[in-house]
Ligand binder design. Structure first.
Ligand code: ZN
Length: 437
């Protein structure tokens, strides 16, 4: 009897071990199944290493790419393909943030019971991106062969409605030599950082509004240059007498350099973190680049850092979200490159500070850039002209908000921010209005 009990016990243990193993497998399948199924070695969904199932469309359902037995087939003319290539990805999957690579598990439409639909000869999944292909094309044309980027997003929903990073490739037929040398495989909005120039004065203004109690009752004087620490900070010309609002509209280096030096490195460090410039975002799983800043050298270096030069580096997407947060009373939706899939909100600015910054940016357009240059829009913005230190023209920046949109534009070596990047922003926002977006 005892012998039988012993054997039953062994049987029971074996059954339990088997059930535990099965459970372990099912859990692993649930967690990893789509990854395993979309692995490159799965011949059912790849032909010669190229995905052969699934479709990518823009926000209106316009097809941008269909994968079939021959690999990806991109829609439209070469110029139309180039205008969306940064977002959609190229045939060789060299653009690491390209949708055809990043969202391949969704394109395969894997399901733990039936496996990949491609395997059953059925159509794969459709990924509906947040971009509008016509708006992207307008941005691509407005850059007119110049290197740079344009991005616009709805800070209430998170949808990135426009993203162009130039130079681009023809995704169907990239020229290997051209692209290797130019860096066309990089999505600059997601994966790069640049000296922000005077757009950074928005962050210095944010810190000053919260740390200098008499800021808005002060009167400032600019004589064209001012001594800070052991050196001189200068402006293109003497801005004369102005209040804080006027100093931002004039983009006065003397005033903002002094404000940064007055607040000190610790305060400036707190505000670049608070503004979200030193951390990365997850855009549908794509990790974006972070900015970097050095504030703890001399007062003179701190002054230059406070006006967006010295060692400041800003990621364009983080600047766009900050603009959205200012326009959105402190809070903005996290950006999404797939329609309607924002993963939450970020609060980067205190609501009172956001409200004042929103007014200040609006005033920049009214009193400096000119509402006439942006017909039908109610825009707030800040320009930047960032020295690149290589003997070329500076990089032209323009970022801000209009309606529910926040935007960031840069024309590399373009020259003056408002004159060069401003019209690009206008063209794209006009196209958005025309589209009824
Ligand atoms: Zn000045």
């Amino acid at each position: 009897m005892r012998k039988l009990e012993g054997r039953s016990m062994i049987c029971l243990l074996l059954i339990l071990a088997m059930l535990a193993g099965l459970l372990f497998f099912v859990v692993r399948l649930e967690i990893n199944g789509s990854k395993w199924a979309s692995f490159y070695a799965n011949d059912h969904i790849y032909s010669d290493g190229i995905l052969n199932t699934g479709e990518i469309t823009d926000r209106n359902g316009e097809s941008l790419l269909k994968n079939d037995e021959g690999g990806p087939l991109y829609a439209g003319s070469e110029e139309e393909r180039r205008a969306v290539s940064t977002v959609v990805g190229d045939i060789g999957s060299n653009i690491e943030t390209g949708a055809n690579l990043v969202f391949r598990t969704r394109l395969v439409k894997y399901n733990p019971i039936t496996g990949t639909e491609g395997f059953l000869g059925m159509k794969g999944g459709v990924v509906k991106l947040s971009i509008d292909k016509d708006v992207n094309y307008a941005a691509y044309e407005a850059l007119a062969g110049r290197n740079g980027f344009v991005s616009v997003y709805d800070y209430t929903t998170g949808d990135i409605v426009c993203l162009v990073s130039t130079p681009t490739v023809d995704p169907q037929d990239p020229d290997a030599i051209e692209t290797a040398e130019s860096g066309a495989y990089i999505n600059k909005v997601f994966s790069a950082s640049f000296a922000p120039g005077s757009t950074f004065k928005v962050i210095t203004a944010m810190a000053a509004l919260e740390n200098i109690s008499d800021l808005e009752s002060r009167t400032f004087e600019c004589w064209g240059q001012t001594e800070i620490g052991e050196g001189i900070v200068d402006c293109p010309y003497a801005h004369g007498t102005m209040d804080f609002e006027g100093a931002l509209a004039n983009s006065c280096n003397c005033v903002f350099g002094q404000l940064a030096a007055e607040m000190g490195p610790d305060v400036m460090g707190v505000y670049v973190n608070k503004a979200g410039l030193t951390s990365s975002y997850q855009v549908n799983g794509i990790e974006t680049a972070t900015g970097s800043f050095t504030f703890d050298y001399s007062d003179l270096d701190l002054a230059w850092a406070g006006i967006g030069q010295f060692e400041d580096q800003v990621n364009p997407l983080s600047m766009m979200v900050l603009m959205g947060s200012i326009a959105g009373n402190g809070t903005a939706a996290e950006p999404s490159i797939v329609k309607g899939e924002s993963e939450g909100t970020v609060s980067l600015v205190d609501p009172n500070t956001a409200q004042r910054l929103k007014e200040l940016l609006r005033n920049n357009v009214i009193s400096n850039y000119g509402d006439d240059n942006f017909p039908g829009l109610e825009m707030g913005a800040k320009s930047g002209t960032a020295e690149t230190g290589d003997g070329y023209e500076p990089n032209a920046w323009f970022c801000g908000y209009s309606g529910n949109y926040a935007f960031v534009v840069m024309v590399e070596h373009g020259g003056g921010g408002a004159d060069v990047a401003g019209p690009v922003a206008n063209t794209v926002l006009q196209k958005l209005m025309e589209q009824g977006e």
